[in-house]
Structures are given as C-alpha cells and as structure tokens.
Design a protein around this ligand. Structure first.
Ligand SMILES: O=C(O)CCC(=O)C(=O)O
Length: 254
C-alpha cells in the first residue's frame, strides 16, 4: 500500500524511534474530535495526574474518539511505520491546563506497559495548535536503541522516582539531543514505547489538548507487572481481539 503523506518513513521511525506527520487530519476533522475531547473532559470524567489531565478508556465509550482511534488514515500510517498489522490498545485525551507549570517528565512508556509485543507505540495527535510554549512533545532520537536493562517497570521504582528513573538508570541519555516538535492542530507524532520523551509546561492562556492512541502488534500478549494486574487476563494470553480491534477498521468516519 502506498501512502502519500509526508513524514511516513518507516526506516526513519525504526532508527529514530519517532516520526512526525504534520497534517494528518484536516481542520474540519480535528474540530469534531476536539469538541468530543472537550465533552469528555467534563468534570467527573477524568483523572488529574501531576501536570496532566487524562481520561479513562475514552476510545471505548466516546463514539467520535473511537472513530479517531480506529480511523483508517491513522491506522494506515501506523501500520506503514511499523511494517505490520496492529491493534488498538488505548486512546485517551491528554490535557494540560492553561498556565500549568509542571512538565510531563522525561520517561518512556515501557515503564507502565502491560504488553509482551514486538512493537508498541503511541500516536500523539494535536487537537489544538501546540506551539512549544503550550507543552509540545520532545523526543530523544535513537534512545529506544539504548542498551539494557530490558525495561524498568513501575513496580521497580521507589516512591517519587518517576521524574528521574530514566536518567538514573541510563545516565548517558542526558547527553543525547532532544527534538521538540511543535504541531498544528491535526498534526501527529508517533513514538516507540522505549523512546525517551517529555512535554514542557503550558505557559499560554489556552488549554493544550491532545489525543493519544496506543498501537500494539496484532499478536500482542498480556504481561502484567508485579503488583499491577488490572485486567481479567492471564499472563501470556493473547489480548482480546474483540475488545482491542485491528487498527484502521472504523467503518464510516464523517
Ligand atoms: O502529553 C503529554 O504531556 C505526555 C504524553 C506522553 O508521554 C505520551 O503520549 O506517551
């Protein structure tokens, strides 16, 4: 399948651990998804973590956001980057309130992963314009190819170590270049779950809204962590294909 979208270069994605697709959705498309994300953030519908407001399973219960997670164009780009069939593992709104000073600390996504999979990665889709000052994402190119340990998990971390575990464990990462990617609404970045990344504070008057979709290999299996086993599956079981559908399979997207 040939996709004429600039930035879709699977070799660069494998080498750098991230990719940028500046115009994945049109303004009209993104307006609809943004309105759905705003409704999803109504009080009572979300968790406020340090510096970030996140929804819970938004892609499963919000029709418009499910259509975004399963969007054929998004799925085609993700599968092209990965070079394989993928499933949707998650999809959440990530909001940084105006004047939120706390950054999203440098981390990788393997720290919280519950998957045994040859590849897992996030698409981070800007639902509003995200200049650097509004909490744009930064990536450490090539950091997913760092040497072992295989991964650090949440259970391995002492209290309050989340902000520093990556540099504590892999001190060489502090000397790697960081690439900060401002995005117009409708643009997206894709990053491997081992890629070190962070997002800055939001120093503007407007909320920073993004939707993150997690993709994993079609044959992924469940791998609970020590003390973190939230799903009704046993270790090593293939993830449920009904609950976690193949990428790009939304029927109609208006
Ligand atoms: O949106 C943010 O501030 C952080 C997002 C992130 O870490 C991720 O998508 O993996």
């Amino acid at each position: 399948m040939t996709i004429a979208i600039p930035g879709v270069d699977s070799e660069a994605f494998q080498n750098e651990g991230f990719a940028v697709v500046p115009e994945l959705f049109t303004r009209d498309e993104v307006d609809r998804f943004r309105r759905a994300a705003e409704r999803e953030l109504d009080p009572g519908n979300h968790n406020a973590k340090v510096g970030l407001v996140t929804t819970t399973d938004a892609w499963e219960h919000n029709e418009a956001l499910r259509a975004l997670a399963l969007h054929p164009r998004l799925g085609a780009v993700a599968e092209r980057l990965a070079g394989r069939r993928l499933r949707i593992w998650g999809g959440e709104v990530l909001a940084k309130q105006p004047h939120e000073r706390t950054p999203s600390y440098l981390h990788d996504d393997q720290v919280s992963s519950l998957l045994d999979s040859p590849i897992t990665f996030n698409a981070w889709i800007a639902l509003v314009d995200v200049p650097v000052a509004r909490g744009a994402m930064s990536f450490l190119p090539g950091s997913h190819r760092r040497p072992g340990p295989d991964r650090v998990t949440v259970a391995d971390l002492p209290n309050d170590a989340f902000a520093s575990y990556l540099l504590d464990t892999w001190p060489d990462l502090q000397w790697k270049r960081r690439m900060t990617i401002p995005l117009r609404a409708g643009g997206a970045t894709f990053h491997h779950d081992r890629t070190a990344h962070e997002a800055g504070p939001n120093t503007t008057d407007q909320i920073r809204l993004a939707f993150v979709v997690t993709f994993t290999a079609a044959e992924a299996r469940y791998r609970p962590q020590k003390g973190r086993d939230p799903l009704a599956m046993t270790a090593g079981q293939p993830i449920d294909p009904d609950r976690y559908p193949l990428a790009g399979t939304a029927e109609a997207v208006s």
